[in-house]
Design a protein around this ligand. Sequence first.
Ligand code: G
Ligand code: MN
Length: 251
Amino acid sequence: MCYLGAKVKLNQLNLFLQPIVNIYDDSLYSAEILLRWEHPEKGLLSPNEFIDIAIKAGYLSEMTWWIIEKIFKQISQWKNNGQWKVKYISININAQQLIEKNFASKFMEKLKSYHLKAEDIVIEITERSLIENFIHTQHTIQLLQKVGIKFAIDDFGTGYSSLSYLKKLSFDILKIDREFIKDIELNPKDLLLVSTILDIGKQFNYDIVIEGIEDKKQKDLLIGLDEDLKYQGYYFSKPMHMELFAQKYLS
Ligand code: G
Ligand code: MN
């Protein structure tokens, strides 16, 4: 068993899936795999509550490969059972992980070993971690793009230089941070801001996923902007155990 720092135990980590759906009819489009630490006393912890400790303790790589292995294996099982009904599964990868030597070739080998296709997977990188590691990650990103892996900019809009990075990156998907969505009913300026981000995103040919829709009003306001949007949020579903996800959506 592996210990992350003094406390995080690998066998207490678990993977959840959250559906990403088409906004016009709530049909399933894809899903994001999310890491959770099921802490015996503190309950369910999200990566933002322990990832920094894990990185400092030198466990980022081990954790990332553990996630990759588990989800690839799961996808290959779903494929074998004829249960593969999503367009892709997206995985959060910290930009620091992309700097690991031979990350791209190891990633491609893993895909191959489970007979997965590049388009089965999307790699999400947060805008912040991307900006902080921009130069050192470009080569790896390009290697992966060359074989058809798609990339998403996660938490878009929360970094310092969002717009200039849209120009520099040739990513495929833009995930608009929920910060812009949470007060959208109360503040017309937020709606205007989202509408403007959507226009820019579309000009750059991004598919757009809205994060953090929690109620119908928010959803209706966003449909009014664009019926082709995809969204992810508690209004449709919280992240759930992989088995439950499969039962509900893949059977
Ligand atoms: O962008 P990031 O990968 O951090 O987004 C996923 C996180 O957002 C997950 O931890 C998920 O639980 C959380 N999340 C997803 N939908 C919602 C929502 O509607 N409201 C809130 N508050 N959090 C959400
Ligand atoms: Mn994400």
